[in-house]
Design a protein around this ligand. Sequence first.
Ligand SMILES: C[S@@+](CC[C@H](N)C(=O)[O-])C[C@H]1O[C@@H](n2cnc3c(N)ncnc32)[C@H](O)[C@@H]1O
Length: 352
Amino acid sequence: MRLDTARLLETIQQFHQSDAIATLRVRIAAMQQQLRNGTHTLHAVDPSAAVVTFHRDYLIGELEQIAAAQTLERARYYLDRLARSVAEERTSAVNDINLNRWKEYEDIYTDSLWIEERRDKTGVHRAGYWGNFIPQIPYQMMRRYTKKGDWVLDAFAGAGTTLIEAQRLGRNSLGVELQPEVADHARHLIAAEPNAHNVVSAVVTGDSTGTDYRELLQRYGREAVQLVMLHPPYFDIIKFSDDARDLSNAASVAAFLALMGQVIDRVAPVLDRGRYLVLVIGDKYAQGEWIPLGFRTMDVVLQRGFLLKSIIVKNFEETTGKRNQKELWKYRALVGGFYIFKHEYIFVFKKR
Ligand SMILES: C[S@@+](CC[C@H](N)C(=O)[O-])C[C@H]1O[C@@H](n2cnc3c(N)ncnc32)[C@H](O)[C@@H]1O
């Protein structure tokens, strides 16, 4: 509903002036009824007047809470809060979430366990690139940790999921991808996605362990980014290319971690202080041993002085191949005394 801000505030003020909770409840019940059947007079009609948008059911729910208050004082406290949510926007330094209307952000996750039944396949998003992450990951991270117009750096761009999502959300983004043909594929997808906010979404071909990120940013007149997304190969679980610089071709876990250290050393200086770095990675299994690649890579970031803000555990979609072999995996797990991977991690760090 598009409502006239001044009229809504006036109505809240009239509610405030009720001299008894019973009177207030009657007034609120009448207003709820009018909101339900559309006969209220709060519609925004004057094009020059300030407008506030509300989901009808949300506003009715807020009124419900006010009417349920035990005392008039409590009801007035809720009315003041509602008035503030109409009149003022309160955002933090790192995102555009209006904290005065926090209850309405139903699509923003705040729990550390994510069970995603399906990937977002809207627009140009495709599951096609083996090893790409679900768009919900960059979507959630950018909603929580960036503002419109901010710059996002993805040092392992792959098929460009972060950049596609950034373009949709009005964030500028730069991606680095080692394989020229994969970078081209990403550029192709990004070009097919509408760019309503007219942002930069650029993929460069390069080795993220040796990229000069300052120079890259300078090409766009920037000195820093406000979010870094890192979704590296999970060491050798998927071999992405034959290129020796590819992290999936690292000689050992130790070599992989050393390369990740180089990436962090290069990206950290171009990330603004107080802003976030997100690492998406899973564990691996080799010669009868679970290798906690996620936590070991987390340590690499922590050793560089970052503050750990969250460890999110996300379910891992089975690949088609694995699904066909499900029975066999169960047998192997029973024989081998291990559990089959069904999760990966999203580590959220803040630069001090
Ligand atoms: C897990 S995938 C990232 C997928 C991406 N998040 C997406 O949704 O498409 C890792 C990517 O890192 C790339 N890569 C591996 N080593 C690299 C390096 N040294 N520099 C840049 N990219 C690299 C691989 O080619 C692969 O595309």
